[in-house]
Structure formats: structure tokens, C-alpha cells
Ligand binder design. Structure first.
Ligand SMILES: [Zn+2]
Length: 257
């Protein structure tokens, strides 16, 4: 009985194909004299069989099986057959038990450790997002306003934003609001022309500027009914009420200021 262990990043499909290849390798080393022999290899992996049949697939594990089948063709007639898993087929159940034993056998050397491309892509993606997040959360100088909506890069990636120029301005505090125009030196007074006598920031426009009460009423109704009340935490606003918030922003005509 042979047991093999694959590297930690290897996929189920690689393990299935590796097992088929090792069975074929075993056949290759049996001494066959004169008469042609036959063998059936059963696998419960439909994916593996489909990969082997698909001639556009040239993964190393697939090519290894094909090469072995080619080398065996003179002395062995080989069938590769699918068998349903977990229905009590004895050979399949035994293979399952042995596979679990081998997977836990950390003392076994790794027989195969070429991880699939999907694994590399996932590791690179996770590393990139993690670095991006570190930069985001440790930057105390810029984007303090945007951080109220998205305290982490993960929160931003979770939000299914349909970004347009209005939403971008509302989330970045840029655009034609008076606080921003004052900050970049275009106007001297950032007071909102509504009756409240406060700077016209995006927070003011979103939360309490009376000029947008009609457009805001639907959004407030949603957050109150949703148990978040008003004013609502900006992070909750984009994570729980994104659609209503987007509708509100798209209705606000801030080009008037
Ligand atoms: Zn106002």
C-alpha cells in the first residue's frame, strides 16, 4: 500500500489526478509477459475525467496521466471509470479512509507540491489587499472623511458600488460643495445658503441640509425602519442602505451651489 502527501496549497483535483497517475505508475512497473493485460481505475472525480478528456487542458498533472497511458498502451488495456462517492462502494470508501490518513500524515514527505495557478492568484490577491489595507488604515493624513464610510479596504471591496461622478464626490468630499471650494481657495465663505448657517460639507448635505429634505425623506424612512435611526453612522449607511443612499445622492443637484 502506497501513501503520498501533497503540498498544502495543492487542490483536490490535483490530488485526484495524482492518485490516478500513481496507480498507472504502479501498473507500469508490473512485469507483463507476452499476453496483454487489462485494468480498470475507478475515481469519484468527474472533474478529473473531464480534464483528461479535454484536449485543450495541458496541466502538468493531466499531462502526466496522459503520458503514462501512452507508455502503457502496448501491454495494458486500461479503463478509467467514474464511481459515485459516499454510497458504500467498498473500494471507494477504503480509498477515502486511506486518503484522510495520508493527508494527516505530516511525517510523510511531500510527493508533489506544484500549487495550481488559482492558489497563486489567491495568495497574491490576499497579499495585495492586505498591503493596501495597511496603507489605508495607517494613513492619518488624508481621506479621513472617506474613512468614515470605509474604515478598511475590505469594507470598500464588500460594498457593491455603482460608482459615478456624483457618488465619487459624495464619498470623497470633493466636488462643488462650498467647503471643498473654500478649501482649494476658490471661494472665501463656505456657509451653506440654507437656514442653518453651517459650513456646506458633504456630511451636512447628506445628514441635515434642509434644502434636500424631500430627497432625503425616503432614505431616512429606510434607516429608521431598518433600526439604524437618523443620523446614521456613515459606515452603516453604505454597508446597509447603499441603494437608498445612492438614489439620494443621484437626486441631489449640488451643481446649484
Ligand atoms: Zn445646508
Amino acid at each position: 500500500m502506497a501513501k503520498f502527501r501533497l503540498g498544502a496549497g495543492c487542490s483536490n483535483n490535483q490530488a485526484e489526478l495524482f492518485a490516478v497517475a500513481e496507480a498507472l505508475e504502479w501498473l507500469l512497473h508490473q512485469s507483463v509477459v507476452n499476453t496483454q493485460r487489462s485494468a480498470c481505475i475507478y475515481t469519484d472525480s468527474e472533474v478529473s475525467l473531464a480534464l483528461l478528456r479535454n484536449h485543450r487542458i495541458h496541466l502538468p498533472t493531466v499531462e502526466r496521466v496522459r503520458r503514462l497511458l501512452f507508455n502503457l498502451r502496448g501491454s495494458w488495456a486500461i479503463g478509467l471509470l467514474w464511481v459515485k462517492a459516499h454510497v458504500g462502494v467498498l473500494g471507494n470508501e477504503v480509498a477515502d479512509i486511506l486518503a484522510k490518513e495520508a493527508a494527516g500524515g505530516m511525517d510523510l514527505p511531500e510527493s508533489f507540491s506544484s500549487v495550481p495557478r488559482t492558489f497563486v492568484r489567491r495568495v497574491l490577491h490576499e497579499g495585495t489587499v492586505s498591503s493596501w489595507n495597511e496603507l489605508w488604515i495607517h494613513n492619518d493624513e488624508t481621506a479621513q472623511y472617506t474613512k468614515q464610510f470605509f474604515p478598511s479596504v475590505y469594507a470598500r471591496l464588500r460594498a457593491q458600488l455603482k460608482v459615478n461622478h456624483k457618488l465619487t464626490q459624495a464619498l470623497s468630499a470633493h466636488g462643488k460643495n462650498r467647503a471643498y471650494l473654500r478649501r482649494i481657495g476658490i471661494i472665501a465663505d463656505d456657509t451653506c445658503p440654507c437656514s442653518e448657517g453651517v459650513p456646506q460639507t458633504w456630511e451636512h448635505l447628506i445628514v441635515d441640509c434642509v434644502m434636500f429634505e424631500p430627497q432625503r425623506s425616503r432614505l431616512i424612512r429606510r434607516t429608521v425602519l431598518g433600526g439604524s435611526g437618523w443620523p446614521v453612522d456613515l459606515q452603516v449607511l453604505v454597508s446597509k442602505y447603499l441603494n437608498d443612499f445612492t438614489v439620494f445622492i443621484n437626486e441631489v443637484n449640488f451643481d446649484l451651489f
